[in-house]
Ligand binder design. Structure first.
Ligand SMILES: Cc1cc2nc3c(=O)[nH]c(=O)nc-3n(C[C@H](O)[C@H](O)[C@H](O)COP(=O)(O)O)c2cc1C
Length: 391
């Protein structure tokens, strides 16, 4: 377990059970609780990567350890690192696809871009001077970047130190503490790519519109059998499976309170319908309702792989800077996932048009929310550097 990670102790759990509706026979429940990792949140091989992030052993493998902690869609971790003597080549792993949830592979490229940003920060902290070439091989669209690693000055930025503390926060945000405009502007100033921008939505009417579109897109995904099934394929409800696969979306990282999470882990696996209906409910009552502001990382062309990779780098930088400033963030990609689905399946462009209205002249790549936290977000599983690296 990493420092600061909320941890349910057996005593805390049993006290809560006793105080609530203690309908489960304690012996059996305790056994199942142990089996399902109720007392082990953030522990085990699936979470070890968080504790090894600054292990400097193993040559360039030391740069991959922080890279694998990057944000990535549905925690699919669609990346592969090839270590050379003077460079690292980064590949997208298309076998870890989200299917109809990401039919145009936008989120795959954004995710690998996030990992690239962590890799760059780690290289600088290691005293190397990284030189990136995006999409270096026109004949291989999965070869997303080549990072040359010459020697340079050591630079340990606050963003680098935020790498193990950055987590997607799906909990409620503090509605009594708005994020100041100057803070948002400072975050947006981290963008140094002309083809990208960060748009903030802070006025009540704009926030209402963004919220409605996000809720409607969530419902549309839940009602689209192919999208719903491809999303459900990445849900991890079994503790053994989490420890084995070290990926996917878990109950622990869902933003629920300790006791509800514990009960969620105790219950038999939830059906796709049940998870989707909880997701729609949480989007309405927690996600959208408690955001201080919404933001959109937008590009000139969201179909362009280079801009998608740069958008991923920017998202990772924004989230690290927000973490450093004590803020929470959560991507809310449903509207863009739906717009990509409309394009690929030739559907009516409902969310394509809604997004064009939110960021005229620009194309939304990754919408998100920001606010001050009310709790501590949980760790997500990760495949360690060794499992995603080849020489
Ligand atoms: C392109 C992209 C899209 C994402 N979309 C969502 C989303 O719609 N909702 C959400 O809760 N998290 C979303 N996330 C966050 C990931 O689920 C999260 O990064 C992943 O599960 C790993 O967890 P961590 O960020 O806490 O390390 C997205 C992340 C990326 C990079």
């Amino acid at each position: 377990m990493s420092p600061g990670q909320p941890h349910i102790t057996r005593r805390h759990f049993l006290r809560n059970l006793a105080g609530g509706a203690a309908v489960v026979a304690v012996g059996g429940a305790t056994w199942r609780a142990i089996d399902q990792g109720v007392f082990s949140t953030g522990d085990g091989p699936a979470y070890a990567a968080w504790g090894e992030w600054d292990d400097r052993s193993g040559g360039f493998l030391a740069l991959v350890r922080p890279a694998v902690l990057a944000a990535n869609a549905h925690n699919t971790q669609p990346w592969l690192f090839e270590l050379g003597t003077d460079r690292i080549d980064l590949f997208a792993d298309t076998t870890r696809s989200m299917g109809a949830m990401d039919p145009l592979r936008r989120e795959m490229y954004v995710s690998v871009g996030c990992a690239l940003e962590n890799l760059m920060l780690a290289a600088q902290a290691e005293g190397l001077r990284p030189a990136v070439t995006l999409l270096p091989d026109p004949s291989d669209e999965t070869h997303v970047a080549q990072v040359g690693l010459g020697t340079g000055g050591r630079e340990e930025s606050p963003l680098y130190h935020a790498i193990p503390n950055r987590h997607t926060d799906r909990g409620a945000y503090d509605t009594s503490r708005p994020v100041e405009r100057a803070t948002l502007d400072r975050l947006a100033s981290l963008n140094d790519v002309v083809d990208l921008r960060v748009a903030w939505i802070t006025d009540e009417a704009g926030k209402r519109r963004f919220g409605e579109y996000t809720i409607e897109a969530t419902v549309a995904i839940a009602n689209d059998p192919e999208m719903a099934a491809d999303s459900y394929a990445w849900m991890r409800q079994d503790w053994d499976q989490i420890q084995r696969e070290k990926d996917g979306l878990t109950v622990d990282a869902s933003g629920l309170s300790d006791i509800v999470r514990a009960l969620g882990k105790l219950l038999p696996a939830q059906s796709q319908k049940k998870i989707d209906s909880s997701w729609v409910g949480a989007t309405r009552t927690r996600t959208v309702a408690t955001a201080s502001a919404f933001g959109i990382v937008a590009a000139r062309d969201r179909g362009d792989d280079r801009q998608r990779l740069e958008a991923g780098r920017l998202w990772q930088r924004l989230h690290l800077a927000a973490t450093d400033a004590g803020l929470s963030m959560q991507p809310l990609a449903q509207t863009v996932e739906r717009a990509d689905r409309e394009l690929s399946a030739n559907l009516e462009p409902v969310f394509t048009n809604a997004l064009a209205e939110l960021t005229p002249e620009w194309q939304a790549v990754l919408p998100f929310r920001v606010g001050y936290p009310t709790g501590e977000p949980a760790l997500s599983p990760r495949r360690p550097a060794e499992e995603v690296t080849r020489s």
